[in-house]
Write a protein that binds this ligand. Structure first.
Ligand code: SF4
Length: 581
């Protein structure tokens, strides 16, 4: 018997309870920069095979296994240690896996080599003797890269070193305070340029400035560095940071910009003439132990590099030109084909059900179902990528994806619960970095498919270059209208009476379970709903104009039968519920 408080400590070694909190564990294996040797992949493949033949590539370039039992943990740790994969701090309040461009060192367009800086950071934060950095106020996510495409998503990290060239010299811009979850923030640039050999010093100064702030220990929920940056502002943060540095960083007038959106998928020439890397899509990041083992053996034989990307994909590097075709063929036989749409290749889904204890739905299944439907209806969706999460924590970046989906619960009057979706639009990465807005709440998965089909059809017709351009120009009301296929919807946001359609009745309001309408009586409210959603009146009222016996109407939780029926008066802020009897 191991007490729960000791089990919680296992987070520092990458173990969380699988759902429900009894029995088995998820094991997260840190892979700095998404790098893993063929020998190491073989070890991970064997472990995955031992635990239900299942593994996941994560959106932070880790590999996760599930179904690990407590009694297996010592031998698993020994195996990982033997393979050089036992790195403390994959979970818990630590410096998490340090991410980077997945093809750093390989890609032709990389601005300069980051090898020394990345190694220095990962060596320091993998060393458990640096205890202060394994007991932080909250988790801390660092990214470092010189990828001109910003494929590593610097904007969503607590601390990002963003490669830049200044008068021909290599160095990094420093961005701080990004993060998603329920209060998303885009990282704020500090306007400084630091040389590569100062990266560790700056990282430690940023961490110290944050972890020594007494405010952090007051509220766990508000302890992420983004709140400190909110309080100080970028300038205030920079001032305090400079006081801690042993050198004076140069000012940076212009922050590095993403050249274009590119996640290194497909066949690409490397820096070295005659060599290529190939980005293979791994739909929703799932692989079996058998697949991992076959890939590892092949990579060993062929002397290939293996990388994991933040789009949950797998990259093979150092492929000679004459081996390209065979490599692509081999991977196809393993189940990883290059012939997938960009949407399927680059969309991401978090771990969620059946493993994550926060989850209220299976993001991987939902994402697959929705892409199947949309591609079936509309064909190739072009450059649109979807991020689907099982809860507000946003591990798959629903806030920044072209289309963000977050699973949520729809509660029916009979007490049953259905998994629904919040739809988030307007978010973006890189040049288009921005936090999306929740345009639709608690829609059923079936309805969401149709709404997205309508949205994407309208986007296509608009001729806009990006979905962000299309979406950001429209109000929420306009977007709802578009998603409903063009019908007029005028929802007065949080003004008037709060109308709640319960369970199947949401179908009468185009999937909306909640809306605000201005009305003085229940009768007037139903008349207004009829204007907004033609047909709703017939579904609620009998021919003689009275409320159908199958429908219950409550005003502030009182049945209108015991008030004045349809003439029950309403005032600002009242709540009217429509429920099937
Ligand atoms: S987004 Fe939520 S449900 Fe998905 S893996 Fe993260 S914490 Fe779990």
């Amino acid at each position: 018997e191991v007490p729960e408080e000791d089990l919680v400590r296992l987070q520092w070694y990458g173990l969380y309870h699988d759902k429900p909190r009894i029995g088995t564990f998820v094991l997260r294996i840190k892979l700095p920069g998404g790098r893993i040797t063929p020998e190491q992949l073989k070890v991970v493949g064997e472990l995955a095979r031992r635990f239900n033949n299942y593994a996941e590539l994560t959106s932070r370039q880790d590999i996760q296994l599930h179904y690990v039992r407590l009694e297996d943990v010592p031998s698993v740790f020994e195996t990982l240690r033997g393979a050089g994969l036992f790195r403390p701090g994959p979970c818990g309040d630590t410096v998490r896996n340090i991410t980077s461009c997945a093809v750093a060192g390989l890609d032709r367009d990389e601005l300069f080599s980051i090898e020394g800086s990345l190694r220095e950071l990962t060596d320091f934060f993998s060393d458990p003797s640096h205890r202060d950095y394994f007991d932080l106020p909250r988790k801390f996510k660092i990214s470092l890269s010189a990828c001109p495409y910003h494929c590593n998503h610097p904007e969503l990290h607590d601390l990002a070193f963003v490669g830049a060239l200044r008068e021909g010299r290599a160095g990094f811009a420093v961005w701080v305070g990004g993060g998603l979850s329920s209060t998303p923030r885009i990282a704020r640039p500090l306007g400084i340029f630091i040389p590569p050999d100062r990266v560790l010093e700056v990282a430690l100064a940023v961490l110290d400035l944050w972890r020594e702030d007494p405010e952090n220990r007051k509220s766990f929920v508000k302890a992420r560095i983004k709140y400190l940056v909110d309080r100080l502002g970028a300038e205030g943060f920079r001032e305090r940071l400079l006081e801690r540095l042993s050198f004076q960083p140069e000012p940076l007038e212009r922050e590095p910009e993403q050249i274009r959106r590119d996640f290194h998928e497909g066949v690409r020439p490397q820096k070295e003439e005659g060599l290529y890397y190939i980005g293979f899509p791994v739909p929703v990041g799932r692989l079996s132990g058998d697949q991992l083992l076959r890939i590892a053996d092949f990579a060993l034989e062929e002397n290939l590099e293996i990388r994991i990307s933040q789009r949950q994909n797998l990259i093979l590097g150092n492929v000679p030109e004459e081996r390209l075709e065979d490599t692509v063929d081999f991977m196809k036989k393993v189940g990883l084909s290059l012939n997938l749409s960009r949407t399927r290749a680059l969309s991401t889904a978090c771990t969620s059900d059946p493993f994550c204890n926060y989850s209220v739905g299976s993001a991987k299944e939902i994402l697959t179902e929705i892409i199947d439907y949309l591609e079936g209806e509309l064909g190739d969706l072009g450059d649109v990528i979807i991020g689907c999460d099982g809860c507000p924590h946003a591990c798959a970046h629903h806030w920044l994806s072209d289309i963000g989906l977050q699973a949520t619960h729809i509660r029916h009057p009979d007490g049953s619960i259905e998994t629904g979706l919040n739809v988030i639009l307007g978010g973006g990465y890189g040049r288009l970095a921005g936090v999306g807005r929740i345009v639709l709440k608690r829609a059923t998965v079936e309805d969401t498919k149709v709404y997205l089909k309508n949205l994407l059809s309208a986007y296509r017709k608009s001729g806009k270059e990006t979905i962000q351009e299309f979406v950001r120009e429209l109000s929420d009301e306009d977007l709802l209208r578009v998603m409903r296929g063009g019908e007029v919807v005028t929802v007065t946001e949080e003004k008037g009476v709060r109308v709640r359609m319960m369970g199947p009745l949401t179908r009468l309001t185009g999937g909306l379970s909640e809306l605000w309408v201005e009305a003085g009586t229940v009768r007037e409210l139903i008349d207004k709903l009829e204007v907004l959603y033609p047909g709703v009146k017939n579904r609620l009222l009998k021919e003689d104009g009275e409320i159908k016996s199958a429908i219950n109407v409550f005003v502030n939780e009182e049945d209108v039968k015991y008030l004045k029926g349809l003439d029950t008066e309403l005032k600002e802020g009242d709540e009217v519920q429509f429920i099937l009897a």
